[in-house]
Design a protein around this ligand. Structure first.
Ligand code: HEM
Length: 221
């Protein structure tokens, strides 16, 4: 695999577990075999979770390829068309997540996770709207930053496989430990996103003036 595809491939891999779990849930909702533990909220009201899973799978997988600089350079039309699809699917993920948070009763994680989900779902939707508004006024740096933030929050579902995988055996499955292990998946992704945004921004380390020029006394003042 060439270097250009490494990041999209890693992002697809990150979302693989929740997307596969979601596909198994869709099979079950469609009347097929049940391979996951029962979720009474999905049994009582499957429509929002169906929208959530379909939108999330498209957003996570298609979105991963928006990070390929080569694809953006060689096929700007693809980036634009995909981007429009991703605005729709991203708002579908955030909207269905907020809907389920508000109307699915008694989800694990208690009030703390309920509050975290409201914040994350709203922040993801806001980041998509701000990213779209930024590209309409041709502000590429702001577009990039907001779209990275939105994607990072969405694929928190992938990082949560790791944070819950570590958190649950260590701290159990009380509401507090569930909220903390799920919430820390989003915190990790938000930190990585801010690092990625700063790393290649005009003021970031990559594009700073070389050390020799900065050491030049004529350049100071
Ligand atoms: C790539 C992104 C995402 C994927 C692949 C994904 C996947 C899933 C899946 C498969 C379920 C169904 C769980 C089950 O069947 O028991 C689910 C439920 C849910 N997701 Fe997501 N999700 C994503 C992003 C998000 C985001 C960003 C939020 C938060 C704001 C969120 C909030 C929820 C909520 C509230 C539920 C219902 C939980 C319950 O009551 O059991 N999801 N998600």
């Amino acid at each position: 695999m060439t270097r250009a595809w490494r990041l999209p491939a890693a992002l697809v891999l990150l979302s693989l577990v929740p997307v596969v779990a979601g596909s198994l849930r869709l099979v079950e909702v469609a009347g097929g075999t049940q391979s996951l533990s029962t979720n009474p909220r999905v049994d009582a009201s499957p429509a929002p979770v169906v929208v959530h899973i379909l939108a999330a799978a498209l957003y996570a997988f298609l979105g991963a390829f928006q990070f390929s600089a080569r694809l953006r350079r060689r096929r700007p039309g693809w980036h634009r068309v995909c981007g429009r699809v991703l605005v729709g699917t991203g708002l579908g993920v955030a909207g269905s997540a907020l809907w389920m948070t508000l109307y699915y009763p008694g989800a694990p994680g208690g009030d703390l996770l309920w509050g975290i989900r409201l914040v994350v779902g709203s922040a993801m939707a806001a980041a998509i709207v701000l990213g779209f508004a930024a590209i309409r006024r041709r502000d590429i740096a702001a577009h990039r930053a907001w779209m990275i933030r939105a994607y990072a929050l969405a694929v928190g579902a992938g990082t949560q496989v790791l944070t819950q995988g570590i958190g649950e055996p260590l701290f159990g499955t009380s509401d507090l430990s569930t909220a903390l292990s799920v919430g820390s998946g989003w915190v990790v992704n938000a930190i990585v996103a801010e690092w990625a945004i700063r790393r290649s921004s005009p003021a970031g380390p990559r594009r700073r003036a070389p050390a020799t020029r900065r050491a030049d006394p004529a350049a100071s003042s």
